[in-house]
Design a protein around this ligand. Structure first.
Ligand code: UGA
Length: 433
């Protein structure tokens, strides 16, 4: 059945949901308070760089089933409204739900009785049981439907999800089934559960991924000590189907707008419940500690000592974003490492295909990868952009002072880059070019 869907918030989650539900054949009105953003979107201009998203938005506009508006009156006609509002990290690690609560309090005046209220963005555990109180006696059933979209794969993850999760109170189960029906044509397991389980599943997934990454990053340090190779160790443990092969690549630390925020929020949730989730607190600490270990590794490579002085040392950074395929600098480990290097007196130049500038001003961002090598004592690969492999490494070597590259993503082919004149230092690998 074609439904009329309202989406509140035209950010990353809201826009992806609006475009994808239109693609699935529904009529969607997406409301955002930012007039210039709404105007741009109605012209088909999509500022969020997600593969396939702009095309879906334009298709939706052309067929007249997708509309963006700052006005909320269109919401009176919708059957389902998706709340896609930011829940950033607030005081003490908790998610800040003020924007969400303000909108929810106003919903009874905007929606028609029977309309299903769906929380799509990540909401603190307990929200689904609290929202009905905020909605008063309005007949507005509430369903939690967390998203599991990765940046750079949002459309693909929305249209080919590994699971669809619907959390509702028993009395709202028919509403949850109505939300499930919106995903018609999508082949994925659909799980009906209670609100708290749906909310917890979202946090628990991201925190588990963070834990897996810190485990492998720390293991990489141990590999270095013993002359083992994390690539082999990762592959061998990943062959155990109970562990699985994904998320076993070591790096400079994990970051982005979700893993750090959600892990911190789950720690707070546990604290409030009186549950000692010290293991997760350690995961947060391990990530910060690992970033400092990477800095010591860079120091050692350049100066021969882990506490060697970097004052006035030029270092070229390849990659600044928290992962490849995005220009997102939020909680990027690359920037944390750059910050530590800059505080130690290093002079930093950085290149990232997705980043034009970075604040605070610790890195001079350039638009040519070969400029980062100019007079540099070392290059450091911090983001796993595949195109870094294809650079002319002999040209880079010729521009540097000391041809050293610290590859924190084990992205490069050490033999080829070594052949080009570099000393290649990987992470958790004894192999050097
Ligand atoms: C993450 C989750 O993967 C999504 O499932 C979730 O929906 C999303 O958060 C969210 O809550 O909205 P994302 O923030 O896009 O997605 O980032 P990931 O792809 O998970 O990468 C996180 C970090 O782990 C990055 O810094 C990445 O470089 C690092 N990483 C990942 C590694 O260092 N090694 C790996 O093997 C994999």
């Amino acid at each position: 059945m074609v439904e009329r869907i309202g989406v509140i918030g035209a950010g990353y989650v809201g826009l992806t949901s609006a475009a994808c539900f239109t693609h699935l054949g529904h009529d969607v009105v997406c409301v955002d308070s930012d007039q210039s953003k709404v105007d741009e979107l109605n012209r088909g201009e999509v500022a969020i760089a997600e593969p396939g998203l702009a095309e879906l938005v334009r298709d939706g506009l052309i067929c007249g089933r997708l509309l963006f508006s700052t006005k909320t009156d269109g919401l009176a006609a919708v059957d389902v409204v998706l709340l896609c509002l930011p829940t950033p990290q607030g005081e003490g690690g908790d998610a800040d739900v003020r924007a969400l609560e303000e909108v929810v309090t106003g919903l009874p005046g905007l929606l028609t009785p029977g309309c299903v209220v769906v929380t799509k963005s990540t909401v603190p555990v307990g929200t689904g049981n609290r929202l009905p109180e905020l909605l008063g006696d309005a007949d507005l059933p509430v369903v939690g439907n967390p998203e599991f979209l990765r940046e750079g794969h949002a459309v693909e993850d929305f249209l080919r999800p590994e699971r669809i999760v619907l959390g509702s109170r028993d009395e709202d189960r028919p509403a949850a089934e109505r939300v499930a029906a919106l995903y018609r044509g999508i082949d994925a397991p659909v799980w009906f559960t209670d609100p708290a389980s749906a909310e917890l599943a979202k946090y628990a997934s991201n925190a588990f991924l963070a834990m897996k990454l810190s485990y492998v990053n720390t293991l990489a340090e141990l590999c270095e000590h013993h002359g083992a190779d994390i690539r082999a160790v990762g592959r061998l443990i990943g062959l155990d189907s109970r562990i699985g092969p994904a998320f076993l690549r070591p790096g400079p630390g994990w970051g982005g707008s979700c893993l750090p925020k959600d892990t911190a929020a789950l720690v707070r949730t546990a604290e409030r419940a009186g549950v000692d989730f010290g293991m997760l607190r350690d995961v947060l600490k391990a990530n910060a500690r690992h970033q400092s270990a990477v800095v010591r590794k860079i120091r050692l490579a350049i100066t021969g000592a882990t506490d060697g002085s970097l004052t006035g040392t030029r270092i070229g950074l390849l990659g600044l974003a928290f992962k490849a395929g995005t220009g997102d600098l939020r909680d990027s480990p690359a920037l944390a490492i750059a910050g530590e290097l800059a505080r130690s007196g290093a002079i930093l130049t950085g290149y990232d295909p997705g980043v034009a500038s970075a604040a605070p001003d610790i890195v001079q961002v350039v638009d040519d990868p070969y400029l980062v090598a100019k007079d540099a004592e070392a290059l450091v690969v911090l983001t796993e952009w595949p195109e870094f492999r294809e650079l002319d490494w002999a040209r880079l070597a010729a521009a540097t002072d000391q041809a050293i590259v610290v590859d924190t993503r084990n992205l490069l082919d050490p033999a080829a880059v070594g052949e080009a004149g570099f000393t290649v230092i990987g992470l958790g690998t004894a192999a050097q070019g």
